[in-house]
Design a protein around this ligand. Structure first.
Ligand SMILES: Cc1cc2nc3c(=O)[nH]c(=O)nc-3n(C[C@H](O)[C@H](O)[C@H](O)COP(=O)(O)OP(=O)(O)OC[C@H]3O[C@@H](n4cnc5c(N)ncnc54)[C@H](O)[C@@H]3O)c2cc1C
Length: 436
């Protein structure tokens, strides 16, 4: 690596900051660019949500060392922070450290990255020229050279539409004033919008469950609030998770709590329901599925996941899995068609390596559309990647990761590479069993 030039870290989320801490520890210079007004901009958008992993799993080891040296006291490791607390007690103090702060640029949106003077097609000598990172700040365009690029831009900025085919449903764009993409803060900011309204939550992941649980809290005070839950799953039981078997009790409890509401009939479940179109019905909307319809809905909460944005790296030689849009070598480890358990085989630089030398996609973006990413995974990813950039290949190859399992294996037969005779997603064969 050309050590005269900094490593460019794109994004200012937890994984990007972890990369900054790892580079600092290795005395490698970096520039971190975050498009939001502060680091953790995406985390703050779901700042009202309590995380299901305790602090123990949410803090990177290199970051913790740097913070501790500045007098920072780590939060109790068993406590569950909200997204806002993750920012207040960890991300912000980390970004303010003398070793990091001068090299962090906020309100700096990366719009393009390429090899200087080389378009994507030109090969000879490609690896010998630096990257050029182009970013937008205060309506101006700036450029700088970098020796390596770590793309940790997450997926939160490109939330999925509600159409069953992955595209916008017919009229979805025209009726978007009735739709909130993500998880609205129902305690304060958005409560009025949903009070005594008929609300449809679309999606089957933890975000959808969070939204339903918050709507239920609202309904306890405002019984006129009606909750519909729209899913594509064949059976509602498929989304409840491992309950008490979950290695992260708070994650298991999410499924158990919503299962109780479904059982009590508080939530009207529509599954399988494939949204094809929306239509205006006076002040309200109708949601049209295949051969079925939910009428007179006031608001939709779209909690249908997110997808990575590749537009600014299109002049780099990168690969993504054709279905999950994750880093290709991770596909069989995280494909939700294969398994749902939280255990992912330890992986690092070798799995994350891209055809473009010294370019890596890490963090939530490395998982593409798969919803199971955990911070602890991202921290180990960047530790390994930074070790490789430092030339410490022993450390890069020695990846260690222990993740708490969800307690559930939804599908028993892996697609391709993982053979059942080997330890599979759960470390054991999920044959004849629902649980790992
Ligand atoms: C509601 C919710 C709850 C979660 N709970 C947990 C949990 O309990 N435990 C757990 O381990 N994980 C949890 N996750 C999953 C995951 O750990 C988080 O999504 C985490 O924030 C991912 O970190 P990241 O650094 O990869 O990406 P992000 O946090 O998404 O950060 C990416 C950053 O890049 C910036 N960016 C994007 N594009 C550009 C650009 N072109 N130029 C400059 N900057 C850019 C964004 O503004 C953003 O700040 C949760 C996720 C959600 C949504």
């Amino acid at each position: 690596m050309n050590n005269q030039l900094p490593v460019a870290i794109i994004g200012g989320g937890p994984v990007a900051l972890s990369a900054a801490a790892q580079l600092t520890k290795r005395e490698i210079s970096f520039v971190l660019l975050e498009q939001g007004t502060s680091v953790g901009a995406s985390v703050l958008e779901w700042g009202h949500i309590q995380m299901f992993s305790p602090w123990e799993y949410n803090i990177d080891s290199a970051a913790s060392e740097l913070l501790a040296a500045s007098g920072w006291i780590a939060p109790p490791k068993e406590d569950l922070p909200t997204g806002k607390q993750l920012f207040d007690y960890y991300l912000y103090p980390l970004s303010e450290l003398d070793q990091l702060k001068p090299f962090i640029k906020t309100e700096a949106k990366v719009v393009a990255i390429h090899r200087q003077g080389f378009d994507k097609m030109k090969s000879a000598g490609r690896d010998k020229v630096p990257f050029e990172v182009v970013y937008e700040k205060n309506n101006n365009i700036y450029r700088f050279e970098a020796s390596a690029v770590i793309d940790a831009t997450g997926t939160w900025n490109t939330l999925n539409p509600i159409g069953a085919s992955g595209d916008y449903a017919n009229q979805e764009v025209n009726l978007s004033s009735h739709i909130h993409y993500g998880i609205p803060d129902l305690t304060v900011a958005h409560a009025n919008r949903y009070t005594d309204k008929t609300v449809a939550v679309v999606g089957s992941g933890h975000s959808a469950i969070h939204a339903i649980l918050m709507l239920h809290e609202l309904k306890l005070q405002h019984p006129g609030t009606t909750i519909h839950w729209i899913l594509r799953k064949q059976a509602i039981e498929d989304v409840f998770g491992g309950g008490e078997l979950d290695g992260l009790p708070a994650r298991g409890a999410l499924g158990s709590r919503v299962a109780k509401l479904v059982k009590e009939g508080v939530v009207k479940v529509h599954t399988p329901f494939s949204i094809q179109a929306l239509e205006r019905a006076g002040e309200k909307i109708n949601i049209i599925g295949t051969g079925t319809m939910i009428k007179q809905v006031d608001e939709i909460i779209a909690a249908t996941g997110a997808r990575p944005n590749f537009t600014f790296i299109r002049e780099l030689r990168y690969e993504s899995d054709s279905s999950i849009e994750c880093v290709p070598k991770l596909a069989d480890l995280i494909d939700p068609n294969i398994h749902s358990c939280g255990t992912v085989r330890p992986h690092g630089e070798a799995e994350l390596r891209q055809p473009e030398h010294h370019f890596y996609i890490v963090g939530a973006k490395s998982y593409g559309r798969a919803p199971t990413f955990l911070l602890a995974t991202g921290y180990e990813q960047v530790r390994s990647v930074v070790s490789a950039l430092a030339g410490d290949w022993d450390s890069a190859r020695e990846v260690k990761l222990h993740l708490p399992e969800t307690g559930v294996c939804s599908v028993s037969r892996p697609k391709t590479a993982i053979k059942l005779s080997q330890p599979s997603c759960c470390g054991s064969e999920p044959l004849n069993a629902n649980s790992c």
